[in-house]
Write a protein that binds this ligand. Structure first.
Ligand code: UDP
Length: 143
């Protein structure tokens, strides 16, 4: 299996629910290692830049507004098949359709305020990681 990196964001709704640690536990139990992390309150410009691929979607403006309502917790996860494994842990975009036991089934409020973001491909993960972290801020395990 390939060792991959993926970008994870715990969104403002989940930070407000005080479940950062509960979500981190799920990453760790699944064998994903947190190799960079930072809390940030996104500005509108920063959220728009991150979600630029969705600029033409009808939910873009609301999504950007939601993502700036409070701080987010941003992390890089590393592990075997990290991109797909993380997406499995997250569950479907709409929590009503998310499998039981997934992060979104347990912590999301609705299709917009859905607790977490995760990169959807290795290529996008590299772009998203570079959006938030300098190479020197990423700390792979040495023991
Ligand atoms: N989203 C929304 N309304 C929708 C679809 C998506 O508000 O109808 C938001 C939601 O927060 C989602 C994000 O836009 O997580 C990005 O959408 P995408 O389809 O990429 O879903 P994801 O990859 O996050 O599951």
């Amino acid at each position: 299996m390939a060792t991959e990196r993926t970008l994870s964001i715990i969104k403002p709704d989940a930070v407000a629910k005080n479940v950062i640690g509960a979500i981190y536990s799920r990453f760790e139990q699944a064998g994903l290692k947190i190799i960079a992390a930072r809390m940030e309150h996104l500005t509108r410009e920063r959220a728009e830049g991150f979600y630029a691929v969705h600029r033409e979607r009808p939910f873009f403006k609301d999504l950007v507004a939601f993502m700036t309502t409070g701080p987010v917790m941003i992390q890089v996860l590393e592990g075997d098949n990290a991109v797909a494994r993380h997406r499995e842990l997250m569950g479907a975009t709409d929590p009503a359709k998310a499998a039981p036991g997934t992060i979104r089934a347990d912590f999301a409020s609705n299709i917009e305020e859905n607790a977490v973001h995760g990169s959807d491909s290795v290529e996008n993960a590299a772009t998203e990681i570079a959006y938030f972290f300098e190479p020197g801020q990423i700390c792979p395990r040495t023991r």
